[in-house]
Ligand binder design. Structure first.
Ligand code: MF3
Ligand code: CO
Length: 289
């Protein structure tokens, strides 16, 4: 399907193609000709869509702020779910995880050697010394936001504290690589390097994703990547950076009883932070953290 230069632009701005995204598309095509993976139009967000994602993101971050204020030893992970349900509802949103592919709760709570997709339960009581990832995903007016944070429960060992800290540094380093006409592989490369420099591993099978119009959109974002490779970054793309950093082996397994909860194979702890970002004309905007 070829757009004429005088046809309306595909982005929906109402202007002619030649006055809007034509030069942009030519630039993308030149990267494609050089053999790069390039984004399709359907994952490039319009200003209106970006505004919608920003509103969704406000609820998403408010949920995690409320969790941060209330999380403490002796609390069940179900109570974290209750907080997320409550804040999301009061702000007019919908929790994306509930019933997503059959997920039974409204947020993921992953403790210690749980890598991700931990299912909140009244039987899981947070103990002094635990590290917990709370992964919150929100829908507002059809727009998706997604982020996660680590929480330290009471006094935590120096080893676990360092893991949580380095996992955060990994995301912050990845963030610095996000710029228009850069590459997704640049993000993974710095993350893998920083994790390895600290003696940690990065989970291979699960990664980040495009996010905004759907919960999980293209591209899938792994962290075992090289600079200058993987998908080209262009303004208007929105995606998550969410590497799972393991203290021990990178190997993981999924609990076959519930089909969701992912653990490290060696029982060593894992940590993850997740930001959702927008590629802008000049660099990056953090949408959620
Ligand atoms: N929030 C997770 C992510 O960051 C996805 C969880 S899927 C769910 O991509 F069903 F468990 F919610
Ligand atoms: Co995500």
């Amino acid at each position: 399907m070829k757009i004429g230069r005088n046809d309306p632009c595909w982005c929906g701005c109402g202007r002619k193609y030649k006055q809007c995204h034509e030069a942009f598309d030519r630039k993308i095509e030149s990267f494609a000709r050089e053999g790069h993976i390039v984004p399709s139009h359907d994952i490039i967000k319009s200003p209106e869509q970006i505004a919608g994602i920003r509103e969704s993101a406000k609820i998403n971050m408010a949920c995690l702020d409320a969790v941060a204020e209330n999380i403490r030893p002796g609390m069940s992970t179900q109570e974290i779910d209750d907080i997320v349900v409550d804040v999301t509802r009061k702000m007019g949103g919908i929790a994306a995880p509930l019933n997503y592919d059959g997920f039974p709760k409204s947020v993921c709570t992953s403790v210690n050697d749980q890598v991700c997709h931990g299912i909140p339960s009244k039987n899981v009581i947070l103990q002094e010394g635990d590290i917990v990832n709370v992964d919150c995903s929100t829908i507002l007016d059809g727009y998706y936001s997604d982020s996660s944070r680590m929480f330290l429960i009471g006094e935590v060992s120096p080893e676990k504290k360092k893991l949580v800290q380095v996992a955060k540094e990994c995301v912050d380093l990845g963030l610095k690589e996000v710029k228009p006409w850069g590459f997704m592989g640049d993000i993974g490369a710095v993350i893998l390097e920083h994790a390895a420099a600290n003696g940690y591993t990065v989970v291979r099978e699960i990664g980040g994703h495009g996010c905004g119009l759907e919960f999980h959109e293209d591209p899938w974002i792994g962290y075992h990547t090289k600079r200058g490779e993987e998908m080209l970054l262009v303004p208007g793309m929105t995606f998550t950076i969410e590497p799972m950093i393991n203290a021990g082996t990178q190997s993981i397994y999924t609990d076959q009883e519930n089909g969701w909860e992912v653990y490290t194979l060696d029982g060593e702890p894992s940590a993850q932070w997740e930001y959702q970002v927008l590629v802008t004309e000049t660099g990056v905007e953090i949408l959620t953290y």
